[in-house]
Ligand binder design. Structure first.
Ligand code: FAD
Length: 468
């Protein structure tokens, strides 16, 4: 094989896992190639996930404020209107800017990009099937970062028109009058919020008794109450069973407490999770088997069962989050290069970017109880925070949970404006093994929302200054 097609590291997939792995590989002196089957680099996150959803959340939050909160500030915005075409164009521009940014980073790091479908083709070999030709590459190390795809419900098949996934719900060309959202996790709540702000009547249908079920119950309950005020209607403990047509209308059928319930819907967004993507990857050619959920099992340092082949990101077990994929990318490649890369799975932040935002890190109280760890929790409401009062951010609270014996922080839960940014300080404290008292004694600028984090740290010991 020509040296042109021989690499130290071949990465399959250019999402946050893949492209970050490629950059770290190049930084560490590895001759690196990356393969992407889609037209643009950046994977789910940049093209149809994190970035477009946040662009839509930002635009619609401004629109919602203009229509609902601006008048109180003396801002007159009568005759308010919104163009969905322009809204989508702005989102597309944001996505394009970031995808082009990844392309630029590949070039500046001298990473060879192959546009085509990557397939494992035996020991140290990868075949790239392009639009016109096929290329065989040889790699000392092969990293699978092929990510995930949407999950379809067997009784509610995607048709791209009425029954859609997030891929379509970030790109509707008009506001659906009635939108049913199946699943009250991050994607369902974020996209449900987007379309509710634009005027859709949104019914969220969730099988579990709480929305945002990965958070503590007090966070979920407050979120439910606040989102209801924004027009989202929640149907909990409700199991969707199918879709039928009646008098020309789409009727989503479901069951609650053994009784049939129905929801009329112009669009049905199915947001019940994602599945690992290993279609036609050729795992069988090298003898890699997937687990019961279709994920690629990995051992120490992200090694698969085959020497020289590694996997990271959504395609392996663990939370399906972009920053988890990125950290795994760096750790995996550093290990390949003989360094000591490591991922601390205890402190992966988790965020839902609604208004207010929900953010958490570490153990929930429920998980601490389940583990039999004795703990103290301290809570501070944003209603007692000056900056929150001055900037319409009083809804929500910060809760710090710390080990009863050592005071070491076990977890932090936040519901409030800007929670996605606030959680970073909690993550840092936890990364360094900080205690609730450490947090409470750390100086935070005044007036900032982050003072609520400090106060919650103090509240663990019953010493919060500004709580009534
Ligand atoms: P992916 O980003 O899925 O990338 C995999 C890439 O591999 C894709 O480009 C795919 O085309 C390519 N590929 C697959 N097979 C092949 C092959 N055989 N050959 C060549 N290329 C191949 N996460 C967050 O952390 N924060 C958020 O706010 C957030 N919001 C989200 C919103 C939505 C609507 C969705 C759908 C997801 C969101 N996520 C969010 C999840 C996040 O997008 C994923 O966790 C992340 O993209 C996973 O990264 P990855 O690199 O493992 O895979």
């Amino acid at each position: 094989m020509s040296s042109e097609n021989t690499f130290d590291l071949i990465v399959i997939g250019s999402g946050p896992g893949g492209y970050v792995a490629a950059i770290r590989g190049a930084q560490l002196g590895l001759k690196t190639a990356i393969i992407e089957k889609d037209k643009t680099l950046g994977g789910t996150c940049l093209n149809v996930g994190c970035i477009p959803s946040k662009a839509l959340l930002h635009s619609t939050e401004m629109y919602h404020f203009a229509g609902h909160g601006a008048a109180e500030h003396g801002i007159d915005l009568t005759n308010l209107s919104i163009s969905i075409e322009q809204l989508m164009a702005k989102k597309d521009k944001t996505v394009a800017q970031l995808c082009n940014g990844v392309q630029f980073l590949m070039k500046s790091n001298k990473i060879k990009v192959f546009n085509g479908f990557g397939m494992l083709a035996g020991e140290n070999k990868v075949r790239v099937k392009g639009a016109k030709d096929e290329t065989e590459l040889s790699g000392k190390h092969i990293l699978i970062a092929t990510g995930s795809s949407t999950i379809e419900l067997p009784f509610l098949k995607f048709d791209g028109e009425t029954v859609v996934s997030s891929d379509q719900a970030i790109a509707f060309d008009k506001v659906p009058e009635k939108l049913a959202v199946v699943g009250a996790g991050a994607i369902g709540l974020e996209l449900g919020s987007v379309w509710a702000r634009l005027g859709s009547k949104v019914e969220v249908i969730e099988f579990l008794p709480n929305i945002a079920p990965t958070f503590d119950k007090d966070v979920s309950k407050m979120a439910e109450r606040l989102f209801k005020k924004q027009g989202l209607n929640f149907n909990l403990n409700t199991k969707v069973t199918g879709l039928k047509k009646s008098k020309g209308k789409n009727i989503l059928t479901a069951e609650k407490d053994g009784k049939a319930v129905e929801f009329e819907a112009d669009k049905v967004l199915v947001a019940v999770g994602r599945k690992p993507y290993t279609d036609r990857l050729g795992l069988e050619t090298v003898g890699i088997e997937t687990d019961e959920k279709g994920r690629i099992p990995v051992g120490e340092h992200f090694k698969t069962s085959v020497d020289g082949i590694y996997a990271i990101g959504d395609v392996i077990p663990g939370p399906m989050l972009a920053h988890k994929a990125e950290e795994e990318a760096v750790a995996c490649v550093e290990r390949i290069a003989g360094q000591a890369g490591h991922v601390n799975y205890e402190v992966i932040p988790n965020v839902i970017y609604t208004e207010p935002e929900l953010a958490s890190v570490g153990l929930t109280e429920a998980a601490a109880k389940e583990k039999g760890v004795e703990f103290n929790s301290g809570k501070f409401n944003f209603a007692g925070n000056g900056r929150a009062i001055a900037s319409d951010g009083t809804d929500g609270f910060v809760k710090v949970t710390a080990c009863k014996k050592t005071d070491r922080i076990l977890g932090v839960q936040i519901i409030g404006k800007g929670a996605s940014e606030l959680i970073a300080a909690a993550v840092t404290h936890m990364e360094y093994g900080g205690s609730a008292e450490d947090l409470g004694r750390t100086i935070h600028a005044h007036p900032t929302m982050s003072e609520a984090l400090k106060e919650a740290g103090l509240a663990v010991g019953g010493n919060a200054i500004h709580s009534a």
